[in-house]
Design a protein around this ligand. Structure first.
Ligand code: 1HN
Length: 367
């Protein structure tokens, strides 16, 4: 043992000068997260009336958007950027006749149409994806995309991107196309999306990424309504994931989109998970209680539930169901083996409905 008169603090600063750090300094930091992470950001809501007012103003201020977007991102009051530490949610407005010029980036994105209609579309890698109200359109990483409003009205949609995630990995590439529009595929039979249904060409190589996919609301809503009588999740109600038709897995490699029905009078159990989520109210009214914060929401509001926050949903209405569209980073956490939930794992845990014939047979056997 050698005698030293140096204090640990002095040694720490000496180490810093030679670009080193003792593990004991991390240990101090780790001591603050015993019991789990501190949620990144706070619960917050952006109200439809306020958003709409600012979107309309943005049309005057940003007269022409070129490759930029008239997108207003919802910044979490406790974060520097983004709605959660991984996800950015915002709304975008396009004037009648306008085009948001083509570009591409390694941030994955998706659009959920709010005020859409015949003539509104996002072109993704040359494929025209129409945007009627509540249609979902995917813009996977590095796909060319431009938005075109050929309707007679102002168009509005929700944009959700894995911005914070890709920024923290320092993996952003960005490229403007250099022209208003990208060329469109001439033959709709060549659409990659035409290979993403229940049948596919047997002579072609399978491909499971970077496919422009559109989920029309007219297909999704009936599926949700048909499930209304199911038990659902005690924590999330009737929550359905938009499956990626190429992989059968989550919507995008990093993000999963959900459509969620909260039946009139439904109150879910409180839970928390390492994933964060952003929500958009398609219809109905209700409340979400996140840790100590209670947020009341109504049609077209947008709100955020940070990671590792206790939360539950309440639909007080005696007559009306509520529908929420949401996007979470569960696929990212699962890929990294970091998806945890308390008080129990509720995802993918219930059995499938039993086969009726087996039930009959079992009954016969036991009598
Ligand atoms: C972006 O490219 C779009 O393409 C929307 O519509 C929102 C937010 C941050 C960075 C890029 C779009 C965006 C964005």
């Amino acid at each position: 043992m050698t005698e030293t008169s140096k204090s640990l603090e002095e040694f720490d600063s000496e180490l810093a000068k030679v670009h080193m750090r003792g593990q004991w300094q991390y240990d101090r930091m780790l001591g603050t997260v015993i019991g789990g992470p501190k949620p990144a950001g706070v619960p917050a809501i952006w109200r439809w009336n306020n958003i709409l007012e600012k979107l309309v103003e943005s049309c005057d201020v940003l007269e022409e958007s070129f490759t930029a977007r008239r997108n207003l991102t919802f910044i979490n009051p406790a974060l520097e950027r983004g709605t959660t530490h991984t996800i950015a949610m915002g709304m975008q407005m396009l004037k009648p006749g306008e085009i948001a010029w083509a570009h591409r980036h390694t941030i994955a994105a998706l659009r959920f149409a709010i005020q859409g209609g015949d003539g509104l579309s996002t072109v993704v890698d040359g494929e025209i994806c129409p945007m009627e109200a509540y249609d979902l359109v995917l813009t996977p990483r590095w796909t060319w995309h431009d938005h075109e409003n050929a309707t007679g009205d102002h168009a509005i949609w929700l944009d959700v991107l894995d911005l914070g995630l890709v920024m923290s990995l320092n993996a952003i590439f960005y490229e403007p196309f250099g022209d208003e529009r990208q060329p469109k595929r001439a033959d709709p039979a060549d659409y990659l999306a035409a290979r993403a249904g229940s049948v596919r060409p047997v002579w072609e190589r399978r491909r499971d990424s970077h496919v422009p996919i559109r989920y029309p609301w007219r297909d999704i809503e009936p599926r949700l309504v048909a499930m209304a009588g199911s038990e659902g999740s005690s924590y999330d109600g009737i929550a359905l994931e938009y499956a990626n038709p190429m992989t059968g897995g989550p919507t995008l490699p990093t993000l999963s989109c959900w459509i969620q029905l909260l039946r009139s009078g439904e109150e879910t159990l409180v839970h928390r998970h390492t994933s964060s989520s952003v929500y958009f109210v398609v219809r109905g009214t209700g409340r979400v209680v996140v840790d100590e914060t209670e947020i009341e929401w109504t049609k077209h509001d947008a709100f955020v539930i940070p990671n590792w926050s206790w939360h539950r949903f309440i639909n007080d209405s005696k007559e009306h169901d509520a529908i929420l569209f949401s996007v979470n980073d569960i696929p990212t956490l699962k890929a990294l083996d970091l998806y945890f939930e308390e008080p129990e794992l509720s995802l993918a845990s219930a059995p499938w409905p039993a086969v009726p014939g087996n039930l009959t047979r079992d009954r016969r056997r036991s009598s």
